[in-house]
Unconditional design. Structure first.
Ligand SMILES: Cc1cc2nc3c(=O)[nH]c(=O)nc-3n(C[C@H](O)[C@H](O)[C@H](O)COP(=O)(O)OP(=O)(O)OC[C@H]3O[C@@H](n4cnc5c(N)ncnc54)[C@H](O)[C@@H]3O)c2cc1C
Length: 322
């Protein structure tokens, strides 16, 4: 990993193994991850483009789902993994995710002849703006630019406007970043307001109600400052699958499934709540604008004080085997 300041000066370079033997970085393109997971399922069990429009519980403990095309599904168990604007979480009484005051541009640069960068994570820190890029395959490089903004601003979908605004933020920064933005395929560039939801005990609803449960961002949206949102969604899935399989195998009555969902919520909360809070504070520190504070960060904290091992401890998670 290499950390630079906005003028291109190298502040620090680490190898993960040197800092902590248990650590490594795996950058995975979302499409590849989803296709890999989907390929494990029997053919035809996934129904695409099914937009959930309405939810209703019935007295038998089942849940009726009405899709935007008017079709209806009756679910014995409903697992809501429908992201930060989850209609299922809303129906369960969760509040809207909170905007934290930063937005991120991101994209995937494509190089048909092979991408030219070393296999390492690159961070560049400015004042109130930070950026990063990392090769995710022999031909693709993922990048992001995160910036402070008092409001999420208008939704922009035009890729040329998105790229122009992203480049404007880093116009005098190391040129490789601008080259990477220019090499980005239009359909992969986006701007996302960063949000989270703090699951205060006794204030936030539990992860499950009856036989309805939420996982991933639908339950615990967190800012991406620790790179853990999708990782936690995968961890949720492993824990939930294990508990549900046990309940369904042992006894198919309502209570064992409901107990399995409750147990999933209790096991996962101590992992996801502190991560959400920590990610928020890490983001606040990384987005500092004050020139003096940024100078201390660039000249003292990053080169001399930061130890990567303790900073990455939160990434360690060993699930029980399925
Ligand atoms: C800038 C940025 C960088 C990030 N970097 C990292 C990182 O480095 N590492 C990491 O682990 N995480 C990262 N994350 C977080 C990660 O993207 C999310 O945590 C992860 O995508 C959550 O997965 P999910 O399946 O819960 O939700 P999503 O990936 O949001 O999937 C939700 C699904 O639900 C569907 N859906 C939504 N509404 C409906 C509806 N009404 N009906 C039917 N379907 C619906 C959507 O179409 C989508 O397919 C980052 C996030 C951002 C914004």
């Amino acid at each position: 990993m290499v950390v630079k300041s906005e003028d291109g000066r190298e502040l620090r370079s680490f190898t993960f193994k040197q800092e902590d033997q248990s650590q490594e970085v795996r950058a995975v393109e979302r499409r590849v991850l989803l296709e890999t997971l989907a390929a494990q399922l029997p053919h035809d069990v996934i129904q695409f483009s099914s937009k959930l429009a309405r939810i209703e519980s019935n007295p038998d403990g089942e849940t009726l789902l009405e899709l935007a095309d008017g079709s209806k599904l009756l679910a014995k168990i409903l697992i809501g993994c429908d992201g930060i604007r989850s209609p299922i979480a809303k129906w369960m009484g969760f509040s809207k995710a909170n905007y934290v005051g930063h937005c991120a541009f991101r994209g995937l640069a494509s190089y048909s002849e092979g991408q030219p960068y070393e296999p390492r994570v690159n961070y560049i820190y400015g004042r109130g703006v930070r950026a990063g890029y990392v090769p995710v395959s022999p031909t693709k490089v993922y990048w992001f630019i995160c910036f402070n903004s008092s409001s999420p601003g208008p939704k922009i979908t035009d890729p040329s406007v998105l790229k122009k605004e992203a480049k404007e933020l880093v116009k005098n920064w190391p040129s490789e970043l601008l080259d990477i933005v220019d090499a980005t395929a239009d359909e992969t560039v986006s701007k996302t307001p960063l949000v989270d939801r703090w699951l205060w005990p006794a204030v936030s609803p539990p992860a499950s109600a009856g036989k309805v449960v939420v996982v991933g961002d639908a339950w615990h949206p967190m800012t991406p400052n620790l790179g853990q949102g999708a990782c936690c969604a995968l961890e949720d899935a492993v824990v939930l699958a294990k508990k549900l399989a046990g309940a369904i195998k042992s006894n198919e009555d309502h209570s064992s499934v409901e107990e399995a969902l409750r147990s999933y919520g209790s096991e996962r909360w101590p992992r996801v709540f502190p991560l959400t809070v920590r990610a928020y504070f890490v983001g606040s520190i990384l987005q500092w604008e004050n020139p003096l504070v940024c100078s201390v960060r660039n000249n003292i904290v990053i080169p001399k004080l930061v130890r990567l091992g303790p900073l990455l401890e939160h990434t360690n998670f060993t699930p029980e085997s399925l």
